[in-house]
Design a protein around this ligand. Structure first.
Ligand code: GCB
Length: 598
């Protein structure tokens, strides 16, 4: 699904801004047909934004169920020659859209875009009413999973509640931009530039252009950053050669503009363009190679998370984050634990930051993190079953369809901390991996919890790279960094011996209260965080099969309420307001000395 943009043949209205809004606390919306009759006694809500922290109403912060958004817009008269679409970048977690009372889209999933052709429902030159209902209920067939249950309070009222499995606040609402946009009647539906290659001075771009109707006259052009034409081709698929190629490299990204046109003689029927990079990615001899050079991941697991806006797209915060990534000499991040906005991936392409792109499969586990102790099985008929697998395959397909053209994306992560110790998890992931490999050649990663002992994982054998989340010295050997580091060394060696695959340390870190200083250090102090990271790094530096380190987490982030999360998870190297703790200065120094390549 192409990102909407204005081109010579396409137009767009950006619907970001203030919408009318109503939390459906008494489940009245459907009974009273708000989708037809409109909202009464409404509040105001910014889009994009999570709704939870905007008002002062605790009921809205903790709502389990529906919220309703409404906006009236005029569709210009001169749009009547085209097809018109509405497109939502993402809304968490389940959405329905009505235009002038007509249901045009139902979508399940909180982190990927969805759109609908609304040509038959709009009134040109008049007001059109858009209603979007967003529901935040999770089940064992949604990603992430969760469970809705009812609780009777002291007055006998039945209250809907939700048990979530993931360790971040279950923010809800329209999180990314909403657009109404046009495409010509005959149009480009998708562009694929999944693989690129180079030999000496020559670059090769393998492309495919998809159209809604059979078109004979498709042209492709490649422009460099100075807008010089560097190559062209005809036909809906092929390879464009670029002489004097400049590669997309981590830290030194070069982007070409890929233009696809549909023509009728000399008349331009449709045109679409996007930034692309020429680079290769492969696994060879236990290393991940970018442009044939072994790459070492330095960076973080992140979150889309901020004060007030929650998970709402915020360009200012995003640009700040990329500046901080650069400042710490980081070269990568994982989109833990869900697909991030398309706007963030565009920035990663531009800043030359490498991305491990993760599906929202987090919490496929018998017990929420922090997980210590025995777990119940979850790969069973009443929990993670065949329907869950179907959904997992669907969202993986949608993620790859959305992000395939980003040069920054070098790997797909198909799950974080699933219950991989269960034999049935093996069958499940085998099928998921097989289906994913049909779609794209990039390496696949599975991220393991520290309860998955070396040799006991039924899943990692299907993947190319193993991600490990380890917190020895924090959740175990609490406060004893030396014992934690000893266990870490043994654990990594054992994992490598059993699986023989490259390992990225996808999570390690400790909660740290900004401004808490203790000498000698104790848990939660800034000194402890630095010492903890240093000891872990001494271990990685001994092990050539560790091909990367991504600290948990880039910044402090909000979670559900719990006695182990005081105003959220504090494992950030930056505060939630994006200011450095001591560890950020330490990482900056360490990573300056480690080049992107081995
Ligand atoms: C993990 C999870 C992450 C948590 C982290 C923690 O293993 O993957 O979502 O936030 O641990 O801080 O406990």
């Amino acid at each position: 699904m192409l990102y909407p943009k204005i081109t010579q043949t396409r137009n767009l209205i950006n619907l970001c801004g203030i919408w009318n809004f109503k939390g459906d606390f008494n489940e009245e919306g459907y009974k009273e047909e708000w989708f037809k009759n409109g909202l009464k006694d409404y509040d105001f809500m910014p889009v994009p934004s999570s709704y939870n922290d905007i008002t002062t109403d605790g009921r809205l912060r903790d709502i389990v169920g529906d919220v309703w958004y409404q906006k009236d817009i005029i569709v210009p008269n001169n749009w009547n020659e085209d097809k018109i679409f509405i497109r939502v970048g993402s809304a968490s977690h389940n959405s329905k859209i009505w235009i002038n009372g007509n249901l045009v889209k139902e979508y399940v999933g909180g982190f990927l875009p969805f759109e609908a052709d609304i040509t038959d429902y709009v009134k040109y030159g008049e007001e059109n009413r858009i209603i979007i209902c967003v529901n935040n209920e999770l089940s064992w067939q949604t990603f992430p999973p969760g469970e809705v249950y009812y609780f009777e309070d002291a007055d006998g009222n039945k209250i809907k509640k939700q048990k979530q499995q993931h360790d971040f606040f279950n923010y809800g609402g329209i999180h990314r931009p909403v657009y109404i946009y046009t495409r010509p009647k005959v149009h480009i539906e998708d562009v694929s530039v999944k693989t690129t290659d180079f030999k000496g001075e020559k670059g090769y771009i393998n492309y495919e252009v998809f159209t809604n109707e059979d078109c004979n006259n498709i042209e492709v052009e490649i422009y460099d950053e100075e807008n010089n034409l560097k190559g062209k081709s005809k036909g809906k698929e092929g390879t464009v050669q670029v002489d004097g190629v400049k590669l997309w490299e981590p830290g030194n990204p070069y982007l070409y503009k890929f233009v696809a046109n549909i023509k009728n003689e000399d008349e331009l029927i449709d045109t679409y363009n996007l930034n692309i990079g020429i680079r290769t990615v492969k696994i060879e001899s236990g290393q991940l190679l970018i442009n044939n050079k072994p790459f070492y991941f330095k960076g973080f697991g992140k979150h889309e998370d901020m004060d007030i806006k929650g998970k709402g797209l915020d360009d200012a915060v995003n640009i700040r984050d990329f500046n901080l990534l650069k400042w710490t000499n980081a070269n990568s991040f994982r989109t833990s634990h869900y697909p991030y906005s398309e706007e963030i991936l565009d920035l990663a392409d531009k800043y030359g930051i490498v991305v491990i792109d993760e599906v929202p499969a987090v919490g496929m586990l018998g017990q929420a993190v922090p997980a210590v102790g025995e777990l119940d099985g979850v790969f069973r008929e009443d929990k993670i079953n065949g329907d869950t697998l179907k959904e997992h395959i669907r969202i993986t397909k949608e993620l790859i369809a959305r992000d395939k053209n980003h040069p920054s994306v070098v790997m797909w992560s198909l799950a974080n901390e699933a219950s991989v110790m269960e034999p049935r998890a093996g069958e499940y992931f085998k099928e998921l991996v097989e289906e994913t490999r049909k779609l794209d050649d990039r390496p696949l990663m599975n991220v393991n919890i520290m309860l998955a002992e070396p040799g006991k994982c039924h899943v990692s054998k299907y993947f190319d790279v193993i991600g490990l989340n380890l917190y020895f010295g924090w959740y175990s050997e609490r406060g004893d960094i030396a014992s934690g580091a000893k266990r870490l060394l043994q654990w990594l060696e054992d994992w490598h011996e059993k699986e023989g695959k490259p390992i990225v340390m996808t999570e390690y870190g400790c909660d740290t209260i900004a401004g808490l200083h203790k000498q000698p250090s104790i848990m939660f102090s800034e000194e402890f965080q630095v010492e903890f990271l240093k000891e872990y790094h001494r271990v990685y530096d001994k092990l050539p099969f560790v091909i990367g380190e991504q600290v948990w987490n880039f910044a402090d982030f909000m979670t559900g309420q719990d006695i182990v999360r005081i105003d959220g998870n504090k494992k950030g190297v930056f505060t939630r307001q994006r200011q450095p703790k001591m560890a950020a200065h330490y990482l900056k120094e360490r990573w300056e000395k480690i080049s992107n390549h081995f």
